[in-house]
Design a protein around this ligand. Structure first.
Ligand code: CA
Length: 419
C-alpha cells in the first residue's frame, strides 16, 4: 500500500461527517490527506472507539470491561491492508484442494481420530456430527490447533468497526467480543485470532461464539482456545444448529457418462434416482442409489476434473463458510480421515490460473455478445458462469460453465498468464 496515511484518514473521518456525499468527501480527503498529522488520526480513532464503548455499554456490556478493553484497543494498519487485499490471480481448485487435503494432514487426522476417540464419540452422541467431519473442520481451520492467528481480536475488530467498508457488521462482532470477555471466557490479552476476528481451534467469529460455543469440560468457561473439549463440542453444536443430518454423508465423488449434459451441473438439486437415470455412477463404478435424496452436481474444475454429487450436508458446510471449494475440501478430508482413498479424477493441475483482468476481459467479451454476465468485476460468480454456459452451448463446446482454454480462444482473448 503506497500511502497508509491517506488510506487511513478517509476511512475514519467520514464517520464523523455523516452528511457529506461520499464521492466529494473521498476526493476532498484524498487531496487533504497529506497535511493531516498522525496526532489527528489517533484522535479520530479515539473518537470512534469512545462511541463504540458507549454502544457496547448500552448493549449490556459491563462498563469496566467495555472501558478497559476499548482503552487498550489499537488501530492496526495491517488489518485494513488485509481487508483490502484483492488477489491478482484466482486459485484453481487443484491448488486449493492440494494445499488443504494432503498426506500429512490426512495422517495427522487419522492419528488424532484415535487419540481423541472418547471425546469425539461424545460430541457425535450429543450433536450428531461424526468424528471425521469434526476433525476435517479442525484441520482446515487451524491445522488441528497449530495456528490460531496472532492478532488482538479487540484491536482488529475495533479497527474494522471504525472503517467504513463493513462498519455495522464489525461493530456487532466487536460488541460480541466484549461480551465474551465480560462473561469471563478468556482474558483480553489472550483473545487472539485472525485479522478479521475468527478465534480459537475452530475459528469462530464472536457472534457465532456467543450463540453456539458450549462449555463441554465443565470448568464453567466456554474456552475455545485452551479447551479442545469445548472447541469440538462447540463445532458440533454449531453444525447441528445449521441443520447437519447425521444420517447422510456430505456428498460423494461420482463418474459421469460420456456426452453428459453439463448444463445439469448448475447446482440445482434433483433426486438421486434422476441422476441414476442419467447414468451417473459412484467412484467405484456402481450406479448411484435409486432414492429420493436430493443432490446437486458440482464440477469445481469443469469437465476435465472431478464431479461430485452434493447432499444436504454440503449446504450445511457452506453455512459455516460460503465456498464450494471449502465444502468439498471439508467433505473430502473427512472421507480421507475415515479411511477413503484419493479422488478417481483428481483435478487437473495444469489448469490456467486466471487473473482478474483475464476474467474482466471474458466478462466484457461475453456481454458484448449478449451473454449477460452482469457488471464486469473480474470475479467468477454465478452470473458469469451461467453466461459462459450459454456461450459454450451456442458454440458447440462442452457447456460446463468453466472458463477453459477453448472459451478464451474462441473469444480471441489472450490470457495474461500466457502472454
Ligand atoms: Ca470449558
Amino acid at each position: 500500500m503506497p500511502n497508509t496515511n491517506s488510506h487511513r484518514l478517509y476511512q475514519l473521518i467520514p464517520r464523523m461527517i455523516v452528511s457529506a456525499p461520499h464521492l466529494i468527501l473521498f476526493g476532498l480527503l484524498t487531496a487533504l490527506a497529506p497535511v493531516f498529522s498522525s496526532g489527528q488520526e489517533t484522535e479520530a480513532f479515539d473518537t470512534c472507539t469512545d462511541g463504540l464503548t458507549r454502544q457496547a455499554i448500552e448493549a449490556g456490556v459491563s462498563r469496566p470491561v467495555a472501558e478497559q478493553v476499548m482503552a487498550q484497543a489499537e488501530y492496526l494498519d495491517r488489518v485494513i491492508e488485509l481487508d483490502r487485499r484483492q488477489p491478482e490471480f484466482t486459485t484453481t481448485f487443484a491448488d486449493y484442494l492440494n494445499r488443504r487435503v494432503n498426506e500429512s494432514r490426512i495422517s495427522q487426522g487419522r492419528e488424532l481420530l484415535q487419540q481423541h476417540r472418547a471425546l469425539l464419540a461424545r460430541v457425535t452422541r450429543e450433536t450428531g456430527v461424526p468424528p471425521a467431519y469434526l476433525l476435517a473442520f479442525w484441520g482446515l481451520e487451524t491445522n488441528f490447533g497449530s495456528y490460531f492467528g496472532k492478532m488482538s481480536v479487540p484491536s482488529s475488530l475495533a479497527t474494522l468497526a471504525c472503517d467504513e467498508r463493513r462498519s455495522d457488521y464489525f461493530t456487532g462482532e466487536l460488541i460480541a467480543a466484549l461480551r465474551i470477555v465480560d462473561e469471563g471466557a478468556i482474558a483480553v490479552e489472550q483473545m487472539e485470532g485472525s485479522w478479521a476476528g475468527a478465534m480459537g481451534h475452530v475459528q469462530f467469529m464472536p457472534s457465532v461464539f456467543l450463540r453456539y460455543a458450549v462449555d463441554a469440560d465443565g470448568d464453567g468457561k466456554r474456552d475455545l482456545w485452551n479447551s479442545l473439549d469445548d472447541a469440538l463440542m462447540s463445532a458440533g453444536n454449531f453444525l447441528s444448529n445449521l441443520g447437519w443430518n447425521g444420517d447422510y454423508r456430505w456428498g460423494r465423488e461420482v463418474l459421469l457418462p460420456a456426452n453428459f449434459d453439463y448444463a445439469l451441473a448448475d447446482g440445482r438439486k434433483r433426486p438421486l434416482r434422476e441422476w441414476r437415470k442419467l447414468g451417473i455412477k459412484d467412484a467405484f463404478g456402481h450406479a448411484v442409489a435409486s432414492d429420493d435424496i436430493q443432490a446437486g452436481l458440482v464440477v469445481p474444475s469443469g469437465h476435465e476434473g472431478p464431479a461430485f454429487l452434493a447432499y444436504h450436508n454440503f449446504n450445511v458446510i457452506m453455512g459455516w463458510n460460503r465456498s464450494e471449494f471449502y465444502a468439498i475440501a471439508v467433505g473430502h478430508l473427512a472421507d480421507r480421515i475415515a479411511g477413503a482413498g484419493g479422488l478417481q479424477n483428481p483435478p487437473p493441475e495444469d489448469a490456467p490460473t486466471l487473473s482478474r483482468s483475464d476474467i474482466l476481459a471474458l466478462q466484457t467479451a461475453l456481454n458484448a455478445r449478449d451473454f449477460d454476465t452482469g457488471n464486469p468485476d473480474g470475479i467468477l460468480g454465478p452470473a458469469t458462469r451461467a453466461a459462459i454456459r450459454q456461450y459454450q452451448s451456442k458454440q458447440g463446446l462442452i457447456a460446463d460453465g468453466y472458463p477453459g482454454a477453448d472459451v478464451f480462444q474462441t473469444l480471441e482473448i489472450t490470457l495474461k498468464s500466457d502472454g
